[in-house]
Design a protein around this ligand. Structure first.
Ligand code: GDP
Ligand code: MG
Length: 167
């Protein structure tokens, strides 16, 4: 039985720089999801970013990096560096936070978003079709990977992130 849910999508600065707001929302709408609310954030502050991407994410990010770049030897230390770059990426320009609702919305939005690394994200997904970056390249250049969108990963994240971005 599908369950009605609400989740958070954030269009990251590269999405707005590339004028992809309409295109990305269409991926969600075409998947049967509905836009319920949105907020344009001209410049996201560090305090909010530390709540959205807390220090505790370092290890999981480092492990993702290691999966794409096996020469990384200390995933936790690498993740700490990526997290800092990630907060910089997220605050370099405006972002758009969107409340999306629908049947199994959390899983559906993640499916439409595709995998973190645009180089290996499935075709037919936002990151797979529109992403230009890769974890390999961003790692070599000491950046966070630019992948256009954030989407809540599970019900706990969705609830906390909706409260943080669209109270
Ligand atoms: P998501 O849920 O697919 O967005 O991925 P995570 O929550 O694990 O990571 C948050 C964000 O950090 C991602 O969307 C990327 O922008 C960035 N990121 C995650 N993992 C890596 C990585 O291994 N290398 C780099 N360079 N950036 C990463
Ligand atoms: Mg995530």
């Amino acid at each position: 039985m599908p369950m009605y849910q609400e989740t958070l999508v954030i269009l990251k600065p590269d999405a707005l720089e590339r004028n992809l707001i309409g295109v990305i929302i269409k991926y969600c709408e075409d998947a049967g999801l509905e836009v319920l609310d949105m907020r344009y954030c001209k410049k996201v502050g560090l305090e909010r970013l530390k709540k959205h991407y807390p220090d505790s994410m370092a290890l999981s990010i480092g492990k993702k990096a290691q999966a794409a770049v096996p020469s990384i030897t200390d995933p936790e230390a690498h993740g700490v560096k990526v997290l800092e770059k990630l907060r910089g990426y997220f605050s370099r320009g405006p972002v758009l936070a969107i409340r999306v609702g629908g049947d199994d919305a959390i899983k559906e939005v993640r499916r439409v978003t595709g995998y973190t690394d645009p180089a290996t994200a499935e075709k037919g997904t936002i990151r797979g079709d529109l992403g230009l970056d890769s974890i390999e390249r961003s790692t070599a250049e000491g950046r966070a990977v630019e992948n256009l969108v954030h989407a809540s990963g599970n019900p706990e994240e969705a609830e906390a992130e909706l409260r943080l971005w669209l109270p």
